[in-house]
Design a protein around this ligand. Sequence first.
Ligand code: B12
Ligand code: SF4
Ligand code: SF4
Length: 391
Amino acid sequence: MADRRGENIDPREARLILEERAREAGFDLVGVGVAEPLREGGERLRGWQAAGMAADMGYMQRPVELLSNPKKLQKSARSVVSLGVSYYPGDHPENAEGGGRVARYAWGRDYHEVIKERLFRLRGELEEALGGRIKARAFTDAVPLLERSAAQHAGLGFFGRNSCLINGEVGSYFFIADLIVDLEIEPDPPGEGTCGRCSRCMDRCPTGAIKAPGVVDARLCISYLTIENRGEIPRRLRKRVGDWAFGCDVCQEVCPYNKTKATKSRWPEFSAGAGAGPYLEIEEVLAIRTDEEFEGRFAGTPLTRPGRAGLLRNCCVAAGNLRLRSAVPALVRALREDSSPLVRGHAAWALGEIGDAEKALRRAAEQEKDAWCREEIELALMAGAGGAAVG
Ligand code: B12
Ligand code: SF4
Ligand code: SF4
């Protein structure tokens, strides 16, 4: 139980202390909302779920009442503190070597771990400064709550047409973290701002995933296809994935708010040198054959999320789209030796795109036991022979 001493704290004083401590802890944005249901966000979520746009993300199929109500996470909740931390590490250099492109949020260490550490410390400091134990749940991207909606309520920014939360000063390259507390803290006015007449993100999204302003169909989104998706990248979308091997930043790159305002991250953990960086070496990734090797290479970074087969699948697609001749031997080995049909099938596709691998594809066709892979090989042979487009 919370120490009831917390109840005597003036909400305005609590807000000042929170601001001071959160800034000291390195958060770029701080805001507070009353712990009440997020009605508009909930309604939007309901429509999104009903349209099938959550794809197969089971955790996004949970009841709207749960995802949109902070009190479901903590019964005694009175305030939701939203914190923003810029992860912007800079821009991708030119892809001169033919690498697999990594979205900016994933260049460094795993944000879940990094933010959690500072968030827990902040919670401790707040408890101390506020003179009593406050009951607080601290999390980022890990519990069922519409974090963007909560953060908009708390004044951190407005919803862009790309559905990202945009802050007029910082842009949109920031993570959201939350503290749900049983203390009354003076709330902030909701975030305001507008895209005006701009629609660049909708026009430039490579797969047309932004179906309406603020509505992203995950089934088409490259971020979903390369991170959360456990199955194949649908053939009709593969070419549109381009060289993205993990996530996608296009709808943020084109956004005027990021072109002029994006604030560089002050957290060294999110810099390119701290993790995988802006590009993956495709041949190196394609040579990873076991989960142990994969963990050894990517543990502590967000890139473990799709699993070994998922990341190799993505690198095959990027290699195919880049027409990466230097990757042919690694693709042929993956086609022949990899234990995962997902990898073998996408390796076949990539070889079909690059061409000149007919012999290897024919040999694989004779040995392949998996029906889907055999189909991929046949289509790759047709594509490689300059036949019908694989689609
Ligand atoms: C599922 C998920 C995904 C899915 C689906 C994305 C989506 N747009 O729904 C996929 C895998 C595709 C994805 C991709 C990305 N994600 Co993501 N994702 C989430 C997660 C877990 C839930 C999002 C969600 O609730 N979707 C359901 C739909 C209905 O909600 P929504 O798109 O957020 O839209 C809201 C607004 O439309 C809002 N709304 C309310 N009123 C109004 C009014 C108007 C006028 C408008 C326009 C909208 C609006 O209601 C909706 C519900 O809150 C959150 C973490 C969390 N627990 O919230 C992170 C989160 C949204 N992701 C994040 C990030 C960084 C990304 C990527 C940038 C990663 C990348 N580079 O690849 C991309 C961005 C793609 C994009 N354009 O959205 C950050 C976003 C931070 C920010 N500044 O906005 C979050 C908040 C994680 C975090 N804690 O930092 N993600
Ligand atoms: S992340 Fe990429 S694929 Fe997804 S909506 Fe944005 S631009 Fe489109
Ligand atoms: S690119 Fe334009 S329309 Fe899209 S989020 Fe940014 S300002 Fe809004």
